[in-house]
Design a protein around this ligand. Structure first.
Ligand code: ATP
Ligand code: MG
Length: 399
């Protein structure tokens, strides 16, 4: 039997997916009204999975949907290659597309890579930067022709958009994209996804940037508590014919503050344990849960240790303190400075780094840690397993 809770990869269309109904509808509506959107969220909040649902539904309505994952794109050449590969899927119009881009030879090559035997759609490595940009423009222009060539509306999704800033820090790639997409017709819609909110907001909300106001930025938040509980209970009922404890699911949600990846991982592990051995009573159920949560906390510690390994120790001290306090209203006030033993100038520098790295947020209430899973790591990283279990049991009893 297949575990209905997907973890470790994006959720495909048709696989069990929790809620996000209003986001799906909103995104479909935006696509249909030809409005570009940039979806932003923390890592592992379900952006790609959400877009897969949107793309699946649009496909059923006759749309053509393409996705370019920029995670593995490290140069303009790569970018052109991946777009080319997506376009290549349309065998029926291959010739028309090739004739559209043939004239930019010899810089561009279409053929089979002799080393990998994979189809290549490469830009000559020796091309100058301006030439490479011209080729990118040409390929994007070809994308604009797709709706006419295929007689279908087209949604083109760029996942991990912040990556373009790594390749071209001054926004050169966005400038090309903007210039091309400005000329698009109603039936071609570019969507963007990304996880570096400070970079993406800068790209779309700063007047001097090429992407300024070219897409509506929307944030994806945690999974709603009720939706999560209902989703897990439904899947348990369908696959194992059991009712899982609402208390346990409620505490799971609370512990991880609805972090989609974390709460899905708990459901996935619970499902596996129950498949092998159904708990006989409440006590056994709680013991299984305790084991699973401590295991997940340990696994995530490895991830966050790696992610934070280059952050200066004094910055980590401030970060940890914010995690402990929950919300810090006035970080430059005497009592906070005393607690961490730093000057206001040093705290200011640390906060600057944490903000730049998208680790904290400053809202009406004050400063808090953005990622609830990272906060949990900060809070538990100095506890041993027994202490963690004691805290978790306390939490379960409180509910
Ligand atoms: N609506 C949902 N229903 C069930 N599980 C979900 C949902 N959204 C996210 N998840 C869980 O979160 C995981 C991460 O999802 P996904 O890869 O789509 O996130 P992402 O925001 O694209 O992450 P990244 O920024 O790392 O690319 C999924 O594998 C799944 O376990
Ligand atoms: Mg993703």
């Amino acid at each position: 039997m297949r575990n209905p809770f997907v973890v470790g990869r994006e959720i495909k269309y048709g696989e069990p997916f929790c809620d996000r109904a209003s986001e799906i509808k909103w995104l479909i509506d935006r696509a249909k009204s030809s409005e570009s959107v940039c979806l932003v969220s923390l890592r592992r909040y379900g952006k790609t999975s959400l877009l897969n649902q949107v793309m699946g539904k649009l496909n059923e309505e006759g749309w053509v949907t393409l996705k370019i994952d920029l995670m593995n794109v490290h140069s303009i050449e790569d970018f052109c290659f991946f777009i080319g590969q997506e376009i290549r899927k349309f065998q029926s119009i291959k010739n028309k597309i090739f004739s559209a881009i043939k004239h930019i030879k010899p810089s561009i090559t279409i053929g089979v890579d002799p080393l990998t035997s994979l189809p290549s759609f490469g830009v000559g490595l020796n091309s100058s930067v301006s030439k490479k940009e011209a080729i990118l423009r040409e390929i994007l222009n070809t994308c604009l022709k797709l709706p006419k060539l295929l007689s279908k509306p087209v949604l083109l999704v760029f996942d991990e958009l912040q990556q373009v800033r790594k390749i071209a820090p001054k926004g050169e790639i966005e400038a090309v994209m903007r210039a091309v997409f400005e000329k698009r017709d109603y039936d071609f819609v570019p969507f963007y996804l990304g996880s570096r909110r400070s970079i993406l907001k800068f790209m779309f909300q700063k007047e001097s940037e090429p992407f300024f106001k070219s897409a509506t930025v929307r944030e994806i938040k945690e999974l709603p508590r009720e939706s999560y509980i209902e989703f897990v209970q439904n899947e348990f009922k369908k696959s194992l014919s059991i009712v899982s404890s609402e208390e346990i699911l409620h505490t799971t949600w609370k512990l991880f503050q609805g972090h989609p990846y974390a709460v899905a991982k708990v459901a996935n592990r619970l499902w596996f344990c129950y498949l092998e051995n159904l708990p006989k009573n409440k006590k056994e159920e709680e013991e299984i849960w305790l084991e699973i949560i401590t295991e997940i906390i340990k696994e995530e510690a490895t991830f966050y240790e790696a992610v934070n390994k280059n952050i200066f120790p004094y910055v980590m001290i401030v970060f940890r303190k914010i995690a402990e306090e929950g919300v810090v209203e006035k970080p430059y006030k005497e009592d906070f400075l005393k607690k961490i033993g730093m000057t206001a100038a040093r705290v200011q520098k640390a906060l600057g780094t944490l903000k730049k790295e998208d680790k904290i947020e400053h809202d009406k209430e004050g400063i808090h840690v953005l990622d609830p899973l990272e906060r949990l790591w900060l809070l538990t990283s100095r506890m041993d397993e027994e202490q963690i279990k004691t805290e978790l049991t306390k939490m379960l009893k409180e509910n």
